[in-house]
Design a protein around this ligand. Sequence first.
Ligand code: AMP
Ligand code: ZN
Length: 471
Amino acid sequence: MLLYNTLTRRQDAFAPARGGTVRMYACGLTVYARGHIGNFRTFVALDVLRRTLRHVAGYDVRQVVNFTDVDDKTIRASREAGVSLREYTDRYIAAFREDAGALGIEPVEEYPRATDEDNLRAMVDMVKALEARGHAYRSDGSVYFAIATLPEYGRLARLDHDGIKPGVRIDADQYAKQDARDFVLWKATEPGEPTWDFGIGPGRPGWHIECSAMALRLLGEPPIDIHAGGVDLIFPHHENEVAQSEGASGRQFARFWVHVEHLLIDQGGKMSKSEGNVLTVRDILDRGHRASALRYVLLSTHYRKQLRFTWGSLAQAEEALTRLTDCLARLDTVAKDGSHPALETRAAAARTAFADMLRADLNTPGALGVVFELVRDVNAAIDAGEIGRDDVRLLREAFEYCDRALGVISLRRAEEAAPPVPVEEIERLVAERQAARRCRDFAVADRIRADLEARGVVLEDGAAGTRWKRG
Ligand code: AMP
Ligand code: ZN
């Protein structure tokens, strides 16, 4: 499998370093707000990478996706909201899980939070190792990484060494390339900020040390196979992660660096919270669109190209998905027994072509193209009556094979099987109706039943109580 590697700036042949398990780390959400669909572009692209490694390339995957639950932004936002950092970030972790589930993103093996004690201790251990190896120094109670001590500093981001200002310090978590400076590893306590003391003075971690420490704690000996995130993370975040991990261990940190291009807004630039131009998965659903259509839009552009989001693209995705599910429904109507060798060959060819597309640096638009060529040929065979039940089985298996990597058909099926009203809400309304009936308030009881029916849920009263079903 070929994968574009930011470290080498070319497509390299990928295989895990050890055995059949890929060890992968992806930078997760900074949980100071609900993730937007730009964030989810990156998460969906990395979900397809994970699925391709598992279902197309046949590897096991051990993947870590962190939650950045302490940094400049989360601290500022929780203070403004007047709640503790933990309580504040819990909300957006729950929202992430909800949105990731809606988009059919496979759960990964580990979701560490930076503020869990085991992780904080791992960060402190890494800072100590950096001090012991002469890469870190203290100033005013904080600990900084001395970039001049690592000649390779800047290799991932291809920094121009004239721009590097060794000895000049920066405390902010985010900064620009021209400000390549000694960055903070552990920040001395500031009034009103959360603080921990595990042996390098009271304070809190800088953003970059979190990922280095959690990646190595949970994935084991370096080098890990893949480290991933959006392109905005190449500098300073990933450059600094390399510096910390390699400075502390003396070994390469990650063999492959995978970066996903940005989602842009219609007629504008990058979608980002700081620009105030964000849309969330919930916003899309509230407008009556389905998450499967959004997932389709996100897959229809190659992950290394910018993707401009438009409402029109969602409508087109809806049409494409309907064409696909209509074709699968037509397959169910084939009644004739028998098989046609040409269709057997066609199904096998589609599987191979599909796998080749994804093996070529995750060419998802090409892979979708293969699926729709198969749709066209299947429809033609059905129209001509040249298809039997044995062919149907092979063709269905071919579509299922493709969907294990794409995850759109399965998501659409899950959406169709889900009740139109959330189960908790139905149960709450059934209980309210029961209570109304006990008080002989039949007008209220009837209104609840009629409202639910209008939303596609029918109530049936029986001896054992009230049951509900889809209308
Ligand atoms: P953050 O919460 O800002 O740390 O970002 C979480 C992930 O989303 C990171 O991998 C970012 O690179 C990625 N990301 C942020 N904005 C966008 C965007 N507009 N398009 C694609 N990925 C993004
Ligand atoms: Zn990170």
